[in-house]
Design a binder for this molecule. Structure first.
Ligand code: HEC
Length: 212
């Protein structure tokens, strides 16, 4: 029994010696290197980190599609949204508009947001979207205002992604239509229903309720 134990311990001792000897070769684990943001005497600017090559673009950030990213094509504001206008897009625009724009421009986009109502000092009153000038403005202009700001209004580019900026623009168009519609713009069937409710509906009061 005692003999076996001494065999085992001798084997163990030999084994660890072998590992120790192999570990003495330091070539692989003494590799000079810099940690991120280290100082360096090698480069003129004293920093180990190298600046990006001018014009580098992170993967997935090549903004080739100028109309989509700038709202401008061939030096003119685009007058069509660069994506299909769907109910989902307008809903998303409404959601973003209510967060970012209503404080100044109000729920209707008439410039009567809480900030202007409460007299918060803006250098200029927030724009009212329901003017002839802005109704005729190409959609690219609204995109540009959100992206780069306009006069006293700051840019929202850091808070609203390009896709969402277009959604907001689609919603602004919807607001403009809503505040400047004539009976001719309404669906003839719906219009007929609201002006001449069917007797049953009129009696139950349903017609009047669904009108708003
Ligand atoms: C902090 C207040 C404030 C917020 C929030 C704000 N705006 Fe404005 N906006 C202004 C002011 C002020 C002006 C008028 C700037 C001027 O005439 O110098 C303006 C003007 C505008 C105009 C009119 C530009 C023109 O051609 O006359 C548009 C369009 C507009 N804003 C869109 C937006 C949208 C979209 C949002 C939300 C993403 C937004 N604004 C959020 C203050 C704001």
């Amino acid at each position: 029994m005692a003999k076996t134990t001494s065999h085992i311990s001798r084997a163990l001792a030999l084994g660890s010696l072998a590992i120790f000897v192999a570990g003495c070769n330091t070539d692989m684990w003494r590799q000079p290197r810099h940690e991120p943001l280290d100082a360096s005497e090698f480069f003129a600017d004293g920093a180990a980190n190298r600046p990006l090559v001018p014009g580098s673009i992170p993967r997935g950030h090549l903004r080739e599609d100028a109309p989509f990213f700038t709202g401008i094509q061939d030096g003119h504001w685009v007058d069509k949204l660069p994506m299909p206008v769907t109910a989902d897009l307008i809903k998303r625009g409404q959601d973003r508009f209510r967060i970012y724009c209503t404080p100044c421009h109000g729920q209707l986009g008439d410039g009567n947001g809480m900030i202007s109502k409460r007299g918060f000092a803006l250098r200029r009153p927030p724009g009212n979207y329901h003017t002839d000038r802005l109704r005729k403005m190409p959609v690219g202009h609204f995109y540009d205002v959100i992206t780069n700001g306009y006069g006293a209004m700051y840019s929202y580019a850091s808070r609203i992604e390009p896709q969402d900026r277009w959604a907001v623009v689609a919603y602004i168009r919807a607001l403009q239509l809503s505040q400047n519609a004539t009976p001719a713009d309404a669906d003839p069937v719906e219009l007929e229903k609201s002006t001449h409710p069917a007797p049953a509906e009129a009696a139950s009061g349903e017609g009047a309720k669904s009108e708003g």
